[in-house]
Design a protein around this ligand. Structure first.
Ligand code: DCC
Length: 222
């Protein structure tokens, strides 16, 4: 049997379900820290703190950052950076820049499975602003990549994003829960065609089509 974690478990992604147990201990603390960092990131967009306050905060953050830096190991104890290739139903995806609760960059998008669809929900804060009051188009693309990526991964033969096409139909509002949906349309050889939508309430804000190319992810780790 292969000792490659992807090779052993890639098929199990077809049965992936979001973890329902709340984290405890170090992971729970990580999630709390990342959530606090999101609050800071959003507050920086319109806060009115004076220079002295900002410098004090910067110094505290620099010192704490140095403490964390000193503990880095190069290991990845929790999950995978992207959901599509994780290949393990137990993977927790904490590092994902889109859904990772341990990654302060992530909105975070929350994904669930609804029949043959992946449904993703997110409320984007001001740090994701593109046009005034609305979500940056690149952030929307990243979220589509994740939900279409999970939909195609559930075929059990996940691929990398080859082509992602997005049609932006209406501006996507900040501070409002928006809903992404994705499903697989068809599979042709190594190509998996997925499609999705983004709604804010009844408004269709964007549509996406993705072509994913099935690959041997273990090769990326060699
Ligand atoms: C701890 C561990 C962490 C591990 C971390 C792992 C991270 C994985 C992330 C996964 C999700 C992502 O966001 S990926 C990130 C963004 N995407 C990428 O970086 C992908 C970069 N591109 C590539 O690596 C490559 O171009 C591939 C894998 C997409 C395709 O290369 P290939 O495998 O050589 O494919 P090839 O034989 O040429 O073509 C096979 C078939 O696919 C079609 N095809 C090829 N490329 C494309 C394309 N871009 N768009 C459409 N269709 C394409 C061809 O026409 C052909 O169709 P036919 O003739 O058969 O009809």
């Amino acid at each position: 049997m292969s000792d490659d974690p992807f090779g052993q478990s890639i098929a199990s992604l077809a049965n992936w379900v979001p973890p329902d147990e709340p984290p405890t201990g170090q992971r729970a603390a990580l999630h709390r820290l990342a959530a606090a960092m999101r609050i800071v990131a959003e507050a920086l967009t319109d806060m009115q703190a004076d220079e002295a306050d900002l410098l004090a905060a910067a110094e505290a953050m620099e010192q704490f950052g140095a403490r964390l830096e000193a503990t880095r190991t190069g290991h990845r104890p929790w999950g995978f950076a992207e959901s599509a290739p994780a290949g393990d139903a137990r993977a927790m995806f904490d590092r994902s820049p889109v859904i990772g609760l341990g990654n302060p960059v992530a909105p975070p998008l929350r994904m669930e499975i609804d029949g043959d669809r992946i449904v993703g929900r997110a409320t984007f804060g001001a740090q994701y602003e593109g046009p005034p009051g609305h979500v940056h188009g690149g952030i929307i693309a990243a979220a589509f990549d994740e939900v279409l990526g999970m939909a195609q991964a559930r075929t059990g033969r996940p691929g990398m994003t080859g082509t992602l096409t997005i049609r932006y139909r209406r501006p996507t509002p900040l501070h409002t829960e928006v809903v992404f949906e994705a499903r697989v349309d068809r599979v042709e050889g190594r190509k998996i065609f997925a499609a999705g939508t983004l709604h804010a309430g009844e408004t269709l804000c964007a549509e996406a089509e993705g072509i994913f190319i099935s690959v041997d992810f273990s090769r990326l780790t060699r």
